[in-house]
Design a protein. Structure first.
Length: 723
């Protein structure tokens, strides 16, 4: 920190701050507006514009917190101001620079920080625009980072305007040195002075305009101001006014004009003087601020806040005018996968093309918005019935199903839609949007690429599943996941030879949630990658503490193979835990091989090269099990529990069990029988020559401590009853 403080005391940097005369000054409306906009755009509870001095940080404008200054040694911005790029800290408590900071450990309890440096015209860091949250947040993506930088540039623009305004006082006495355009005309309104700044603003050289009529180069409104002055209206004349005109290149520019007129001894007009400032960029920046407050920056569509306001305006009209108002929510399917595989630039470009297609579909009375991420909404007016809305939904689905050409990438996607209608499905904006969202979620649950109208029964059923999804998103951070292990035994000796790792979720309110409920949600939302990585590392770490003769079996889903670097995951977990590769077994299902993806086969071959065993899980349930055994050198096959269970009463299943055992023997594969629940089932698979078994008869899934205790017990053969 000492090195940072020394850099902050750089004399050139401090002189640059003084040039802006902003340190220690009170709040101003322009800066307050930017701070409020920043907090709104980033949904942040705290936003600040700070200027960093030698010893303290001065808070020029603030939102969500009442503080005037902070010592440099504890201010996060002391680090940001010295860099050229935004500084983002997702969790301050995990950053060694800030973990013991009183603003992190004290009552403020700040956790997230993102700040962009404010650079002077000379390139010195003089302050920051930052957002702070009491909650841990993910790092800003590229779009959000660019937005924060844009807002920071708006602040520096305002600073430059402030500096120029200060110079204007001095320039009033030294007109020839002003940075603004100075134009002087005689009593005949012919130009007699035209400084260098006037050349820059209007594009005409002084030698081209001297002696020419004023009205030829300046807006008529400026040229006629002398008449206003001479007619007894000097107040209107001296006040600065804003006008639009054209430069020599015919580009429209916006200028602020102030000036005066003077008379001769006969009270006739003898001259006009103008100070003219080009505020084109400033007005563009102001327009951008106003635009960002109500529109999505990426697509130009209305944002969520703007949509909410427009719907409320419609609903406040006479009820007869809003009958038939419908909200159509549109959620792109598997957009996260596109972002992960092709990158965020392609993802952003795809969202822009989606917005363009929706614009082409929407009617002139419709309201089109991007709600955030990959979510859009269209509000339809005009009393349309369900059939017309259904046709409209089909039109949207058809348009979005057509392949997108995004920077040379041919991208295919689909969408899930939900529709809520006023007044049947809600009489206020929040209810309509919520019900349309629930209908969208129902569409996703039923396979995506379709639409649903809101129905009353969705309130309960869909909310339960939506609630489960929301809880699942934070379960890993709350340490709610556990790994249980189902022991596997050698059928001939009864010895414990390994275990299969099984993911468990212990919900704080509902207890253990069935994997059949939460695994599909984790896979469709993209959470499975992060959860799977944690589970893999945890299982390897656990097994590294057990006797070296025990093997660990872990099942990896097709989603994990598609979205993660499996060889890197496996090698990293083995290295971190110290577990030898020969003790690890990866189980895959036939559904993964059915995709016939070259990357999947490459990954499996890489695992084999590491010395990891590969097992084909649920063998016999697919359509082409034998072809898979032929195409890839598996080490084990796990016989699906359905064959074991039904072999007692179904001769076909019994025959299949026997055939599988013979096939495995011929191919020199180890066989594992799953779902052993009765003595009869165990006796059958032993008689057929199966090598290993697992099931409730032998042992239930258990935590690592219980499994460790089981390793101390002597082998037990349930068939002979001999220990």
């Amino acid at each position: 920190m000492q090195a940072v403080l020394e850099q902050l005391r750089d004399s050139d940097r401090l002189r640059d701050i003084d040039a802006y005369s902003v340190f220690g000054t009170a709040a101003e409306a322009d800066y307050d507006h930017i701070v409020r906009l920043t907090a709104e755009l980033f949904d942040a509870p705290v936003a600040l514009i700070n200027f960093v001095g030698a010893e303290e940080v001065w808070v020029k404008s603030r939102f969500g917190i009442d503080v005037q200054s902070v010592p440099c040694e504890v201010a996060f911005c002391s680090h940001t101001v010295l860099g050229d790029q935004p500084m983002v800290v997702p969790d301050l408590s995990l950053d060694r620079r800030f973990a013991n900071n009183p603003m992190v450990t004290g009552g403020a309890a700040f956790r997230f920080y993102a700040g962009a440096p404010l650079k002077s015209a000379k390139g010195y860091g003089i302050g920051t625009l930052c957002i702070i949250d009491t909650k841990v947040r993910p790092p800003l993506d590229e779009t959000a980072t660019r937005r924060l930088q844009d807002l920071a540039r708006l602040v520096t623009d305002k600073l430059e305007q402030r500096r120029l305004s200060r110079l204007e006082v001095i320039s009033a006495k030294l007109m020839s040195a002003t940075a603004d355009a100075v134009v002087v005309a005689d009593g005949d309104r012919r130009i007699v002075a035209w400084n260098h700044s006037a050349e820059t603003v209007f594009g005409y050289r002084a030698e081209d305009v001297l002696g020419e009529p004023l009205a030829k180069f300046l807006p008529l409104a400026i040229a006629e101001e002398g008449d206003a002055a001479m007619s007894g209206k000097p107040g209107a004349w001296r006040h600065r006014q804003e006008l639009k005109t054209q430069s020599k290149s015919h580009h429209e520019i916006t200028v602020e004009v102030s000036g005066t007129a003077w008379q001769d001894e006969r009270l006739n007009l003898s001259g006009l003087g103008f100070i003219i400032r080009d505020v084109t960029e400033q007005r563009l920046a102001d327009s951008r601020i106003a635009f960002l407050a109500h529109h999505d920056e990426l697509t130009g569509l209305h944002n969520r806040n703007s949509l909410h306001r427009l719907i409320e305006d419609l609903l406040s009209q006479a009820s007869g005018e809003v009958n038939g108002l419908a909200v159509v929510c549109i959620d792109l399917d598997r957009f996260k996968l596109i972002n992960e595989t092709l990158g965020h630039k392609v993802g952003d470009a795809l969202l822009q093309q989606v917005a363009d297609r929706l614009r082409a579909i929407a009617g002139h009375n419709d309201i089109l918005a991007r709600l955030g991420g990959d979510e859009f909404a269209i509000v339809r007016r005009g009393g349309q019935g369900r059939e017309a809305l259904a046709l409209f939904a089909e039109t949207i689905l058809a348009a979005l199903a057509e392949t997108f050409d995004v920077g040379g990438h041919l991208v295919s996607t689909s969408a899930s839609l939900g529709i809520a209608c006023h007044p049947r499905d809600g009489r206020d904006c929040d209810t309509l949007l919520n019900h349309a969202d629930l209908a969208t979620y129902r569409t996703k649950l039923e396979g995506r690429n379709g639409f649903h109208f809101f129905e009353k029964d969705m309130d309960g059923q869909t909310l339960v599943k939506r609630g489960l999804e929301n809880d699942l998103r934070g379960a890993q951070k709350r340490d709610e996941f556990e790994i249980h292990y189902q022991p596997q035994f050698d059928i001939a000796t009864g010895a414990l030879v390994g275990a299969e790792a099984l993911l468990r979720w212990k919900h704080p309110d509902h207890g253990y949630i069935s994997p059949a409920e939460f695994i599909p949600i984790a896979e469709t939302t993209g959470l499975m990658v992060s959860i799977g990585r944690w589970a893999f590392h945890k299982a390897c770490h656990d097994f590294a503490t057990l006797p070296p003769n025990l093997g660990l079996a872990i099942n990896l889903s097709p989603v994990q193979f598609r979205r993660d670097d499996i060889p890197a995951l496996v090698s990293g977990a083995l290295a971190a835990s110290g577990l030898p590769s020969h003790r690890l077994e990866i189980e895959i299902t036939e559904s993964l091989l059915m995709e016939r993806d070259a990357g999947t086969l490459d990954a499996l071959n890489s695992l084999k090269a590491m010395g990891v065993d590969i097992a084909l899980d649920d063998f016999g349930t697919g359509y082409s099990s034998l072809s898979y055994l032929h195409s890839f050198p598996f080490d084990k096959i796990k016989i699906d529990r359905s064959f074991v269970k039904e072999a007692d009463t179904n001769n076909d299943c019994a025959a299949i069990l026997q055939a599988m055992a013979a096939l495995a023997t011929a191919l020199k594969l180890t066989t594992v029988a799953e779902g052993i629940e009765t003595e009869q089932q165990l006796a059958r698979v032993k008689a057929l020559g199966y090598h290993r078994a697992q099931g409730f008869l032998l042992a239930r899934p258990q935590p690592i401590d219980a499994l460790a205790a089981l390793t101390q017990a002597r082998p037990f053969n349930r068939l002979t009853g001999v220990r």
